[in-house]
Each structure stands twice: as structure tokens, then as C-alpha cells.
Design a protein around this ligand. Structure first.
Ligand code: GDP
Ligand code: CA
Length: 372
């Protein structure tokens, strides 16, 4: 039987973007360290070096935000996760490395190289130079990521969703262009324009030919539990699920699939994800995003009942008490809700949210066994 069981440390896969993904995963690891501590004694060693737990976590990270800048490969979400879990992040600022300086960026700006509004710190540049060096030697991004993580020991197996370049491009109106629109890289739209230019569409350039990075499909298929972090449903989770084969693996895994709502009380938490949801025609509400992911479940011949193009992916949905009214509608849609506070105020509170996601997974698994 697949799914989380008492008595055996679980293997958990998390689909994640940068900030929401790393905060949630840090809470999950905190919970697993308490529930499944690695003592170092025989038979209870760490599953992943630096994790402190016998349970194992694989994080599949969004790579749609990645870009070449000043000749270097920059991977914002992978690095946010690696720094946050590797205790190297600047917690005050919310991105980049702690104890950072910006001397090199000032030099680049003086030369007119790079984006002046997208500052790369000196220590962070070290990461980008190392990664770019390995990529230029012909190594795939997943291997470069493994090498970076060997230093930071995030306590999870961190895998990019794909080794192929799939930049998220945002289409916006442009009166001067022949067809009235132009496209810009997601980071330019997000950081430079603060998501204020109305987005007409999001495209993953080159996605049709992209393949999941080695280990992604296997991790999802072999997982005891798959979790969607409360990451941006469009440009973080949506981008991961857009890589051919990944959504299908999520639909087919025997593990329960549980997602945490990024929407609390009808607005996005700490972010501008509503601008993304608006562009794909999804209302900024906990129930609309859950229905966008759609209830998982296959009929007797294995066909999938999805709810729309992004649908048919989740079994359970954690919603905040502010959105408790959504619960009956979720039940009706075939998604099991669990109502509990979803603010990540502290790592302990986030750990309790992760524990409840696991509990919801256990109830979903028990239900499906009972139905058999
Ligand atoms: P990014 O790649 O850095 O933009 O981060 P992600 O895509 O991983 O996550 C961004 C999303 O995390 C935001 O749109 C928020 O809705 C969500 N988020 C951030 N903080 C919290 C929190 O405390 N609780 C919940 N439930 N969601 C949060
Ligand atoms: Ca991101």
C-alpha cells in the first residue's frame, strides 16, 4: 500500500517555488525531525545528509524564473530553497545570502551589463559563477544543483523540475508593436514592473520539448506523499506541472496528493500572485485555486477525471479558517478539505501545518482503503 503509514519514515515529494516553497519545506523538515529523528544510531541514520530525520524529502523546484544575466545562469527559486534550508539566507530581506555585499553588481552597472534593478550580491554571484562554469562544462542543471547542495546541505534532495531551459515569458500590451503585444521575461515583469503591467498570458518558452530532470518522475511515482507548497499556482506550481510528464505522474502516483492554499481570506499572502491568477482567468480565492488544480481520481479503466486543463491533481486541500465557507464546495468537488490557520508566522507554526497536511493525507489514504 502506498501513502503515509505509522511506523515507517515517509518519502515526501514537495513541488515548490521560491519563498513559499522554502518556508513551507523548512516547516515540514522541522516536523519530520521531531516525528522521525535521526539519532545516528544504526538503523536510524539520516535519509538525506543534513536533514536530521530518517524521513526523506525531495523538492522539485520551479525553473521558469531562471535566466541568463551578465553571462551567468541565475536560478532564483532553486537558490531561495537551497539558501533557506541551508541556513545561508538573508531572512530580513527575504532573498539572497546573509552578510551580503554588492561591489561586483556596482561594477557591472558601471559597465551597463545586466539589469540594474536586479541586484546580484557578491556571495550570490559566487553561486552563479560556479553553476555557470559547470553548465559550460556540459553538466546538466540537476548535477550543478547537486554540487551546490553538497556545500549547503539543505537536508532535502533538491531537483530542478527540468534540465532544459523553459523561461516563463509574460505577454503584455504594447501599442507600438505590430500585433499590439510584446513578451518579457517573468523576472523583468515581476521585479522591475512589480507585476503592474497587466499580463495577457504566461508562456513557458520551449516547454513542449522539455523533459523532467532525472529523478523527478521516479520520486513522484515512489513517494508516500506528494505535497504542493503554497507557491504561486501559475508561475511556480503551474510551471512545474507544465513540463510534459510531471502532471501525469502526479495523477498516476499511488501516493495521496495534498496542497496548501496560498490564498487566505480571498487574497494572496505576501505576494502578487493575484496578477498571475487573473491572467489565466482564475479567481483569487482558496476554492477557485483548488478547483483549478482539480480533484484527482481515476475511473475503472484508469481514465482521469480532471476539472479543466490544470485539473485532476489533488486529493486534499488545506484552507485557512478565513476561507472555511469553501469547505462544503470542496467536498462536493471531490477534494477533502482541512480547515486550520495557514500563516507561516514561525517555523513551529509551519511545522504544525505540515503535520496537518500529513494527517490529511493519512485520512485520504484510509478513506480510499475503506472504499476498496
Ligand atoms: P516565489 O517563487 O518566491 O514567488 O515564491 P513561491 O511561488 O514559492 O510562493 C509564493 C506564494 O507563497 C505567495 O503567492 C503566497 O500566496 C504564498 N505564501 C507566502 N507566505 C505564506 C504563508 O505564510 N502562508 C501561506 N499559506 N502561503 C504563503
Ligand atoms: Ca519564483
Amino acid at each position: 500500500m502506498s501513502g503515509v503509514e505509522h511506523g515507517r519514515p515517509p518519502h515526501i515529494v514537495v513541488l515548490a517555488g521560491g519563498v513559499g516553497g522554502s518556508r513551507f519545506t523548512r516547516g515540514l523538515l522541522h516536523h519530520l525531525r521531531t516525528e522521525w529523528p535521526a539519532s545516528g544510531a544504526a538503523g536510524s541514520a539520516e535519509s538525506v545528509p543534513g536533514s536530521g530525520t530518517t524521513a526523506s524529502v525531495t523538492v522539485v523546484a520551479n525553473t521558469g524564473d531562471d535566466l541568463w544575466l551578465a553571462g551567468l545562469r541565475v536560478c532564483p527559486d532553486l537558490d531561495s530553497i537551497m539558501y533557506a534550508l541551508g541556513d545561508a539566507a538573508d531572512e530580513q530581506r527575504g532573498w539572497g545570502r546573509r552578510d551580503e555585499s554588492e561591489r561586483v553588481s556596482a561594477e557591472l552597472t558601471a559597465y551597463g551589463v545586466g539589469w540594474p534593478w536586479f541586484t546580484l550580491g557578491d556571495l550570490d554571484l559566487g553561486t552563479h559563477i560556479a553553476r555557470s562554469s559547470w553548465l559550460r562544462d556540459g553538466l546538466p542543471l540537476s548535477e550543478a544543483t547537486r554540487r551546490l547542495c553538497a556545500r549547503w546541505r539543505p537536508g532535502v534532495t533538491l531537483i530542478p523540475a527540468t534540465d532544459d531551459e523553459v523561461p516563463t515569458l509574460v505577454t503584455v500590451a504594447d501599442g507600438d508593436a505590430p500585433d499590439g503585444t510584446r513578451q518579457l521575461h517573468f523576472e523583468e515583469w515581476w521585479v522591475r514592473h512589480r507585476a503592474a503591467l497587466p499580463a495577457l498570458a504566461f508562456t513557458q518558452d520551449g516547454v513542449a520539448d522539455a523533459r523532467p530532470a532525472p529523478g523527478v518522475l521516479e520520486a513522484i511515482a515512489d513517494a508516500d506523499l506528494v505535497l504542493f507548497a503554497p507557491s504561486n499556482p501559475v508561475v511556480s506550481i503551474g510551471t512545474i506541472l507544465g513540463i510534459p510528464g510531471i502532471a501525469e505522474a502526479v495523477r498516476r502516483t499511488a501516493a495521496p496528493v495534498i496542497a496548501v492554499s496560498p490564498i487566505i481570506g480571498g487574497s494572496v499572502v505576501r505576494g502578487m500572485a493575484d496578477a498571475c491568477l487573473h491572467a489565466i482567468g482564475v479567481e483569487t480565492s482558496a476554492v477557485a485555486v483548488a478547483e483549478h488544480y482539480g480533484a484527482r481520481g481515476s475511473g475503472p479503466s484508469g481514465e482521469v477525471h480532471g476539472a479543466g486543463p490544470g485539473g485532476g491533481l489533488i486529493d486534499g486541500w488545506l484552507v485557512d479558517p478565513a476561507d472555511a465557507a469553501a469547505a462544503p464546495r470542496l467536498e462536493e468537488a471531490g477534494i477533502r478539505p482541512l480547515v486550520r490557520p495557514l500563516w507561516f508566522h514561525s517555523v513551529e507554526e509551519t511545522a504544525a501545518i505540515a503535520a496537518d497536511a500529513i494527517a490529511l493525507a493519512e485520512s485520504v489514504t484510509a478513506g480510499s482503503v475503506a472504499r476498496r
